[in-house]
Design a protein around this ligand. Sequence first.
Ligand SMILES: CCCCCCCCCCCCCC(=O)OC[C@@H](O)COP(=O)(O)OC[C@@H](O)CO
Length: 257
Amino acid sequence: QLRDNIRQQWPVPYRRFDRRPAADSYCEALFPFCPTGDDDGQIPSMSDTDVISVYRLQTPVWEFKYGDLLGKLHIMHDAIGFSSKETGANYTMEWYELFQLGNCTFPQLRPDVFAPFWCNQGAACFFGGIDDTHWSQNGTLEKLGEVTGGQFNDMAQWVQDDNETGIYYETWTVRSDPGPNATAWFESYDCSQFVHRTYRKLSELGAKLSSRSQTNYTKIYLYSGEPSYLGNDSAIFSQPALKNLAMDIRNCVISTS
Ligand SMILES: CCCCCCCCCCCCCC(=O)OC[C@@H](O)COP(=O)(O)OC[C@@H](O)CO
């Protein structure tokens, strides 16, 4: 696929931003995002010589509301826990949607705006404590290893940079077909991808982490032929010549919501 004479790169790389914008005031959270985390997303600094235990955390999505219901469908949320040997303090770190999963999965139609609208920011949430029951009851709480306080602090700096530049949650993994040699058109960007990036960063920093059991991560797949770039919002939704395309997209939003 050629776009503006440039060969299209698959999967389309996740777009990074210079900095996270404020969310649109139209978007409403049913549940406050990261209610007990720091308002500015700050992560406490550990002493360089501290020993920090790292935990794999997994629980069914919406466990707080539906218990193990989504766990039965293997729809799981992933996070990471930390525990400081020097202070005994525990921490939870996760990445999830500011305005709930449905709004990241499907756009909305606003009565006064022609183009579909997304409330799909996602962000890292770091807060004090590990709710053992929440994570272990229907999921997993497993120690993976230890890192030094210095490695933790370097990871914390990376988390803040990653969080400032990677701002949109993307639910779907889009591939050409279900087979092993499929081409990935778009990768998802969700809780488990954040966990993978963090493990990768910790391993770059020299950490040795390992799990006793195989971890399965939740992904939801769409299969399609090779995508073509049709234009951005303003190109599609403000040009009379593209009205049919714009209507088709709106109708598709109506039929999926
Ligand atoms: C409403 C339609 C949704 C259809 C989508 C079907 C499944 C999609 C699976 C995507 C993977 C989900 C993993 C993930 O990113 O989880 C993050 C988040 O949704 C978890 O939400 P939560 O409310 O269970 O937990 C957040 C919580 O820990 C806050 O303290």
